[in-house]
Write a protein that binds this ligand. Structure first.
Ligand code: SF4
Ligand code: SF4
Length: 180
């Protein structure tokens, strides 16, 4: 195979000193030093989370502290990576919330699988599952990252509920109109 020799141009005096490149680099540095920073010193500094941010999915209770989830399993069905596992259950007759037909016996979300898509929140007919503004999770084992019902309610807390669905049902029952 023929070899082609490429002639290398000799460096000028200025190029040999690298001074033009150094000055150009310093000019860029000085210009950016005067601008406000665009990065954060994470984790000491935390970003401001915008409204509507889709973070960790959690279960929420109504303002009376009752479970809103009726274990219809729609969220489990719609979840693309199959991160949700629900075992439906009944509310015992003795419970003061016995008029609520169902509640999950077990409810798990595998946070290692969750892609924070928000489909579960979108599909939930009871507004029982919400993606919160938590964006950083860690754990020492895979098992630890499978959040059980108790933990999901702990981080979910209570969200304002304009519907008071169960309260309305109970009131209707007491006034003799159970099909309200
Ligand atoms: S946010 Fe998406 S991936 Fe995560 S649990 Fe809900 S449906 Fe599944
Ligand atoms: S969180 Fe909502 S969609 Fe999922 S099982 Fe409960 S009521 Fe159904």
């Amino acid at each position: 195979m023929a070899t082609k020799l490429v002639e290398r141009k000799p460096l000028s005096l200025a190029e040999q000193t690298y001074l033009p490149q150094i000055v150009t680099g310093l000019k860029i540095t000085m210009k950016n030093m005067l601008k406000p920073p665009v990065t954060l010193e994470y984790p000491e500094e935390r970003p401001e989370i915008p409204t509507g941010y889709r973070g960790v999915p959690t279960l929420v209770k109504d303002p009376n502290g009752r479970e809103k989830c009726v274990s219809c399993q729609l969220c489990e069905f719609v979840c693309p990576p199959k991160a949700i596992r629900i075992t439906p259950g009944e509310i015992s007759e003795e419970s003061e919330n016995a008029h609520v037909e169902k509640a999950p016996r077990e409810f798990e979300i595998n946070m290692l699988r969750c892609i924070y898509c928000g489909y579960c929140q979108e599909v939930c007919p009871e507004e029982a599952i919400f993606l919160q503004d938590i964006y950083s999770l860690s754990g020492f084992s895979r098992e630890e990252m499978v959040f059980k019902k108790k933990k999901l309610y702990e981080i979910g807390g209570t969200l304002p509920d304009n519907h008071f669905k169960w309260g309305k049902k109970k009131d209707a029952e007491l006034s003799g109109n159970p099909h309200h």
